[in-house]
Design a protein around this ligand. Structure first.
Ligand code: HEC
Length: 256
């Protein structure tokens, strides 16, 4: 009698699913870090991870069921012949591994995590020295001119910032809901009302890319405007922004 060829399609299926898992979980964060030029890894979101894994398992099942023979080979692990000792051993391993794996998933899903809570993100980091002594060049012009520049600033604000921060500066622009880290609501007295104008100048000029590490974990969608707007336009926007929001900037403490 011709010796039956061994088929290990179940092992291959499990092996390829594990490889897919390894790539998404451990390799892709580094690949994206290099591709996007970031200085931190870019982990795959867990919901995406789940979907990729479901697709991986489905793909493997489709492959092993493309013909009756393949399907029979695949299932032969469940009921190996009396003489097939390797398969019997593998069968035991699989039967043991499945509940263990399931148990591990449930355990790791319910065990209290050590991940930092979201609130730890620093919204107002220390102002860079470069901006510390900067002053609004329009701070000491006549009231008339101030009003004119504020109006210009309001206009520029609506042109550039409204999509995210909203026409009323309340952080409710048409794009606002698409960001996990929402655009700031400037009417909230805890935001631009608590910082000096040069802080706001820095944030507009350098945007999300200019934030230090403590203000991650998520990348901010706030664009950097230094290549789009002139310094003067930004100072005007700042005046218009405070006026639209109805708050005033923090004043510097005068040295005695
Ligand atoms: C693509 C959407 C988007 C646009 C357009 C945008 N912003 Fe932002 N902005 C954000 C997000 C998101 C944040 C919150 C995260 C952060 O602080 O970087 C933010 C934060 C800020 C902050 C920080 C406020 C604080 O209290 O820390 C300032 C100031 C600001 N934006 C001003 C502006 C101005 C002025 C414009 C227009 C020239 C503008 N933004 C355009 C998305 C945007």
């Amino acid at each position: 009698m011709r010796k039956k060829k061994h088929s290990y399609s179940m092992i291959w299926a499990i092996f390829s699913i594990l490889i897919v898992f390894g790539i998404i979980k451990y390799a892709s964060p580094y690949a994206f870090m290099i591709l996007l030029g970031k200085d931190h890894t870019m982990p795959t979101p867990s919901t995406l991870m789940l979907w990729y894994m479901i697709l991986g398992v489905l793909g493997a099942l489709v492959y092993v069921s493309t013909s009756d023979l393949k399907w029979a080979n695949f299932l032969s692990f469940m009921l190996p012949g009396e003489d097939d000792r390797t398969k019997k051993l593998l069968q035991k391993i699989i039967v043991l591994a499945l509940p263990l794996l399931l148990g591990w998933f449930v355990y790791s899903g319910t065990v209290p995590g050590t991940a930092s809570p979201v609130e730890l993100r620093i919204q107002h980091p220390t102002l860079l020295q470069k901006y510390e002594n900067m002053e609004n060049p329009f701070a000491h012009v006549s009231e008339e001119l101030k009003e004119k520049y504020t109006e210009e600033g309001k206009h520029l604000y609506q042109q550039n910032c409204r999509p995210c921060h909203g026409s009323k500066a309340d952080g409710n622009g048409p794009f606002a809901n698409s960001f996990r880290l929402r655009p700031i609501n400037f009417t909230d007295p805890g935001t631009i009302g608590t910082v000096v104008e040069s802080f706001v100048f820095w944030r507009i000029m350098e945007g999300g890319p200019g934030l230090p590490d403590g203000s991650t974990p998520w990348d901010s969608a706030m664009p950097s405007w230094e290549d789009t707007l002139t310094d003067e336009q930004v100072w005007k926007i700042i005046m218009g922004e405070y006026a639209t929001a109805g708050v005033v900037p923090r004043q510097r403490e005068e040295a005695e």
